[in-house]
Design a protein around this ligand. Sequence first.
Ligand SMILES: Nc1ncnc2c1ncn2[C@@H]1O[C@H](COP(=O)(O)OP(=O)(O)OP(=O)(O)O)[C@@H](O)[C@H]1O
Ligand SMILES: [Mg+2]
Length: 344
Amino acid sequence: MTASLEALRRCHLAVDLGAARTRVYVKGAGVVVDEPSAAAVNTRTGALIAVGTFAEQMTGRTPHYIRVVRPISGGTVVDIEMAQRMLRHLIGEKLRRNLRRNLRLRAAVCTPHEADPLAQRAAIETMVGLGARRVELVDTLVAAAVGCGLPVERPEATMIMACGAATTQVAVLSLGSIVRAERVPVGGEAIDHAIVQHLRQAHELVTPSQSVRPLQLSLSGGGLAQDGPASTEVHGRDVATGVTRSVQVDNAAVRRAIRTPLTAVLDGIGRVLRDCPPDLVADLADTGIMMVGGSALLPGFDDMVRTYTGMPVHIAERPEMCAVRGVGAMLEGEIRPLVLDPLA
Ligand SMILES: Nc1ncnc2c1ncn2[C@@H]1O[C@H](COP(=O)(O)OP(=O)(O)OP(=O)(O)O)[C@@H](O)[C@H]1O
Ligand SMILES: [Mg+2]
């Protein structure tokens, strides 16, 4: 599905529409947008009130006539019109005018591995609405592998795990293409959800959405391992009485709660390894797995993968930026295809 490097070199901008964050790379300028994929709308007038960080901050804090919407879900544009309006505002007036002047605007969009035709169509239409005359699709996994510097074009196996907000994708690549891949519909959102559910069941506490991350961070001493701090204080609202209170949350119990969604991810890794040709798996014993995507930063996640697979596990530098960096490198023509000498 990934467009040719030649076609990508002719693109002017690249967009990674993630469930959590939208990132835009403009040729020659680098990453110009890295903002939450959210928009706040006035439901009475239909007017857009805010996009990006500001809109996300409004989540759960709006009067009834303002709604915060997320036009992208699970790596797929679910609301094309809203995604276009959001992108227009994120890209900004100045840049937009520059782009509009370009009558042959070409854009690249990252799409999840094996995105269905409907999802591909939605991504293309979003960009066409922004003025693109031609849209190239890039597999997120290939983009991320390039972005974190994996030697994808060589005839040896590399394994990548893209841990996003809505999905986790695992793949083995060789000779610039994906050999085996799996997409598990579990990501950072599912992990946050597991923590929220746990606090509700074990402590009868409703937490504001923003307080989940501090709890994750408190696990970071030993991560998902046993040697972190024993408990963390969390503020929230009592389910029954509605008054605010704080509780001491047992970190080990939180670790157990988030293990359930993470097990689905580990199963996905297992399936990829099982289906992979043995020669490639042998390569992987040395090179290991590269984790990219924001959720790769979840404390202790890498240890869990290491224990499960027994292989070396690395977290990429700025893991959440790998996909957009990779597609950016392709736009700039920094990636050379491996020249295979025809034997004739
Ligand atoms: N330091 C951190 N610790 C734990 N989780 C984190 C951290 N930083 C970001 N995340 C999680 O990473 C996710 C965002 O990652 P990323 O930006 O790669 O997602 P995305 O590309 O928008 O999603 P997708 O690829 O699934 O469409 C969020 O769910 C967020 O909770
Ligand atoms: Mg992503």
